[in-house]
Design a protein around this ligand. Sequence first.
Ligand SMILES: [Cu+2]
Length: 153
Amino acid sequence: MADKHGRSCERGGLIAAKRIAGAAQYISKGGFVKRRFMLLGMLIGFALAGMTPARSVKAQAAPRRIEVTAKRFAFDPGEITVKKGQPVVLVLHGKDAAHGLRFRELNVDVKVSAGGTSEVQFTPDKTGDFVGHCSVFCGSGHGGMMLTLHVVD
Ligand SMILES: [Cu+2]
């Protein structure tokens, strides 16, 4: 663990050094001002380098893949629960005909051909229950084809 920490600090230092080099280049015209800016750059660089690791781990949350099959006249599964703020990749398989899936409130619409697969990525930014409907006319039961998406905290 100590070794891992040591390496990440080393990397942080490198990033800081690059930032300082960049700052020095940028203000290479003024001599007196240059030194002050370099000090400032060093402080900012080290502060940022110290903050970066914890943040990048959070931001890299992998999207959750959810497979959904569409066939006349239902989605399988018919209900999905996801977390607010977590990226979702919806993978839609069209079984017997062209279908679609639209969540109007979430600005999501994905269409799929018969036998095809389509993907759409989105991040739900509000909690609640959202009803998605088939967005490609597929026959007599088309209007009743829906999938409920629960978005929880
Ligand atoms: Cu349809």
